[in-house]
Design a binder for this molecule. Sequence first.
Ligand code: BGC
Length: 448
Amino acid sequence: MFKSTALVALISVVPAFVNAAQPLYAQCGGIGWTGDTSCVSGSVCTKLNDYYFQCLAGTTTSTPATSSSTSKTTSTPTTSSSGSTPSTTPAAGNPYTGYQIYLTPYYADEVKAAAAKISDATQKAKALKVADIPTFTWFDVVAKAPTLGTYLADASAKGKASGQKYLVQIVVYDLPDRDCAALASNGEFSIAKDGLNKYYDYIDQLVAQIKKYPDVRVVAVIEPDSLANLVTNLNVAKCSGAQTAYKQGTIYALKQLNAVGVYMYLDAGHAGWLGWSANLTPAAQLFSQLYKDAGSPAYLRGLATNVANYNALSAGSPDPITQGNSNYDEIHYINALAPALAAGGFPAHFIVDQGRSGVQNIRQQWGDWCNVKGAGFGTRPTLNTGSSLIDAIVWVKPGGECDGTSDTSSPRYDAHCGLSDAAPNAPEAGTWFQSYFETLVKNANPAL
Ligand code: BGC
């Protein structure tokens, strides 16, 4: 903060800086930021967290939600306020079928800016192709909620202009005490500081945007890592302390998003996490129970696996780090989990993240998740999945955005990001990691 203030003072006496306002979606502040803190006209430098301020569309600074949520209690969340009620009956079958996936301008701009920094013409051309591959957009702070409206409006306009039906992919990711077993993605809300009510408000803000565009289909991944942490990490105090809030928050999200027709996939970790035989049954029980507790939401289509991870959907042979787990890749994990879910009354379908799974056998341990060295972009998003259980191969993690900082002095430093198989010089989670992106491009499989 201090550095940003000092820079603002400097800008006022150095005209050259004034002209170099940051473009939409670029970083404009945060601890350690030494670049320009002003934004182009029509956008405002918005604090997303202490480490990252970003130029977001608008003319006034957005204020984080506080007071509007006070009417709710943590035990009995209310339903959303007024607005149009969408169809209560989801379309049968795969929600992706017949839809054009919207390309989020946020990621496309990140990729184009990254490509501009690559001098090798061949690599630059390959990098630029990534801007045309759909990824999910992560709503990792409440301040980003209004941008969902911007994307939906754009998708709606594109749909009307082209006669095609559009689908926007989002990640709902702001539970209080987030990332309870790790440090890298610690979030903005804490349970001790009314975080659950603030989370309800965050969900309400997303819902308010979605309601305005009933012609655009929304597919959401719900809260990466959260329920998986409740299966295996209740020995971690922050996770056991978050158990009730995670469940209440998730049920609220499922109910509210169901009411506006969002097709949802709950995050289910990956083969190397919940795919172990000791974890499969407790995982299936937790997911099935939540499904029931949320009232068996018709739009809860199933589960998302391998989000932001590096596993193959189908490995030619098991990576030695899988140490004899019969579920050594995502297809084996899904085939094992689906019947257990069905037995629990949850007829789940799946989507699988393959965005960074192009290169296998690069980890020292299966649990290594942070900026794994040598990774490459993987199978492109497709509905040709080879399995009736899997609706789509998708890219959930926007490749090039960091998993976590390698700066040991950061409060969000997690030791996984300092391992020898983690890429060094990594910035904060979610911010752009140029050298990592360039490696993903170079190692892409299939090649770009
Ligand atoms: C970060 C988020 C980010 C997401 C996608 C997560 O690891 O914590 O801030 O939006 O990755 O890059």
